[in-house]
Write a protein of this length. Sequence first.
Length: 394
Amino acid sequence: MVSLEGLKTLRPVPRITVLIFLTALVAALFTMPAFGQPAVHELYYNNSAWVDTNLSALVSGPSVNLGGVAAFNTTPNNQLHVYYLGYDEAERVDHVHQLYFDGSSWSDDDLTALTGGVPGSTEGGLSGFSIGNAQYVYFVGTDFDVHELSYVDNWVDSDLTVLTKGSFGYPYEIASFQTPSNHQRNVFYLGPSKHVHQLLFNGTKWTDQDLTKLTGGENGYGGISAFAIGKKQYVFFESSKKHVEEFLFTSSWAAEDLTVANSLPAVTGTSVAAFAIAGTSKIRVYYNASKSLAVHQLANDTGAWIDENLTALTGGPGGLLTTQTVGFATTPNKHLHVFFPGSPAGDVNQLYYDGTTWVDEDLTVLSGGDQAAGSSGMAGFAIGNLQRLYYVGQ
């Protein structure tokens, strides 16, 4: 420590030296890596190892919001498409962006700027799918209307709330799919009083239905997951009662409280992931139990639901609150894969079932990649056994 007497003898630093130092410091701050800035990552399994790539760094993309992520591939070209909310510095809002891999390199498109559309709600959900090379992405805008970004020949923003004279949406998770038999587009979101709504495009026009009112079922709380098997439609979500709920459409919509019917533990504020194993009518649903954040599986192969605590079974970590869980089956082996940020650090974990046993893998450790940011989105899919997971890293 310098004494008071010593301070008296210190020579003053010339003003020009101070200015040069400050100028250099500011320049360094603006050019140094933005540690801690959220970025979109890809975890890719190439049939031998997991590889982590920071896609935002590859394309010099914008700062990424901690909202939802949507991802899918287009066929027959197997090109990759990832959607996220990127912060626009000039407008100070979140634009919907696409990361696009054409088979040789990644690029980034600002779809909000391209379409002149509405920005996405902060930390809002995203969902989407492709029909051939046509692409459809859904989100709740800053106007709280549900929007569709569609690409056929060029990108177009459509306000589905205005088109249907429907309800505003909460900017939480959104689920969507196209029914394979007739290519109808189906979108599920939380509307007023957090009722679960369906937006349906029948090939001619959009309509909006309040499924909670229609079925007498429960209100939604957080995550929604949906898919179709033939003409049957399945919607799974966490209700305001912290129960796992199912809305099922065969010839009409019906509701079932799976938690009450199967004596399940209460669930947390995390998402629900659900899918059908391709080529079968077998359904899998994944959720987190409230007390331990343990990851559970609900399986329905014979008409009865069976619940397993996969965290207890594998000795792996529980999940983090308010994050997306992703699940899918690989083909043709029908192996099961569930991805989530593990508690407490946020390492990206995979629960993997090879047809015999469940195993938990820490993909952050295996790949040397990033941890998932809190409240982050995740999305993923498989082409054969090649698996791709997209997440917002810290």
